[in-house]
Design a protein around this ligand. Structure first.
Ligand code: TXA
Ligand code: MG
Length: 326
């Protein structure tokens, strides 16, 4: 009964997933950002299994996923006027709002915080699953803690296979990096994690600047901010600019290039993120490219930097965390 994969566009598979969630099971499902590992958000025991399967520290809260914006009041208290505005503009979509939590949400979901992260994913299958389960779904990315997030169902099967009751296969994720996390729990909207919605878009929707959370000291507010996260096993370094030819004594090095290198001589492997020069293309390919390079047993991976605008902000954030050696 473990590690089953069913097509996410099959209504019977959605019903089966919903039944499993209602019974306290774990269902991996596609979203537009990355695959999630879902549990009934109101069932503390089911949520505890998520932490166990991911080997995730219990101080790291989960995002609660809704099928509909109208359900927000069942999990959070909406006090900040910006919350409605952002929800209306970006949901369904890659934005997580951190708001005051309703007491019905078990503490294990929020790691004891008095806030809860909430989003309505843009993937049709995700919303159908949550709607059919008739409950909000707590879901982290479907990877072991600290490792690169899965953007296809086979990635999930490889990473967590046997530990999951069902994997719904909805194809590759369209956005490819996780949701942007914004806290509206205090007065000033604060960016906790850059992601699929850019800072520029947020500020335009709010009409005010968005603060950036200072790097965490001790227990982080959003452990997605942990310096080393989204990591490959192979050491990764970000180049100061476009890649040049590799010197002969560098060992077996893989190159994560932006548009395709002018001079790629000497590299053992090459992944091009944005053949069309677009950050959206690069984001959608990022994690799969990192996984492919990581599977080659290389001595190192070097990555070309991208412009930190729009989605480029989230891409550089993930590369920096990958490069950080804790
Ligand atoms: O795109 C996404 O957000 C994906 C898909 C599956 O929805 N989910 C995801 O979940 O990336 P996860 O668990 O890998 O990352 C969630 C991040 C963590 O860094 C966690 O600390 C933060 O969200 N978070 C959740 N609730 C929070 C809260 N109440 N306050 C601050 N940060 C919170
Ligand atoms: Mg994650």
């Amino acid at each position: 009964m473990s590690g089953r994969v069913l097509p996410a566009d099959d209504p019977a598979a959605i019903s089966e997933g919903a039944r499993l969630l209602q019974g306290g099971g774990l269902v991996a499902f596609p979203t537009e950002t990355v695959y999630g590992l879902g549990a009934n958000a109101f069932e503390a025991r089911a949520v505890a299994r998520v932490f166990e399967v991911k080997a995730r520290p219990s101080f790291d809260p989960l995002i609660v996923h809704l099928s509909d914006r109208a359900d927000l009041g069942s999990v959070a208290v909406v006090a900040h006027p910006g919350a409605e505005r952002l929800a209306e503009r970006f949901w369904p979509g890659p934005l997580t709002l951190v708001l005051a939590r309703r007491p019905e949400i078990p503490e294990i979901v929020t790691a004891g915080l008095d806030t809860v992260g909430v989003r309505v994913p843009a993937h049709e299958a995700a919303r159908k699953l949550i709607r059919a389960a008739r409950t909000p779904v707590a879901a982290p990315s479907a990877n072991p803690f600290g490792y690169v997030s899965p953007t296809t169902a086979p990635h999930v099967a490889e990473l967590l296979g046997e530990a999951v009751d069902l994997i719904l296969d909805g194809g590759p994720c369209r956005v490819g990096v996780e949701s942007t996390i914004v806290s509206l729990a205090t007065g000033t909207p604060t960016l906790l994690r850059p992601g699929g919605v850019s800072r520029e878009e947020l500020e335009e929707a709010l009409g005010t600047p968005v603060a950036t959370c200072p790097p965490p000291a001790g227990d982080p507010l959003a452990p997605g901010q942990l310096a080393r996260h989204y990591a490959t096993r192979t050491p990764l370094r970000i180049l100061p600019g476009p890649a040049g030819p590799l010197s002969s004594d560098s060992g077996r090095v893989g190159l994560l290039a932006w548009r395709g290198p002018a001079a790629d001589t000497g590299y053992a492997a090459l992944e091009v993120l944005a053949p069309d020069g677009r950050a959206t293309t690069a984001a959608a390919r990022l994690f799969a490219a990192l996984r492919r390079l990581d599977a080659l047993g290389l001595d190192a991976i070097v990555a070309e930097p991208c412009e930190e605008r729009g989605l480029g902000h989230a891409i550089m954030d993930r590369l920096r965390r990958c490069a950080a050696r804790a």
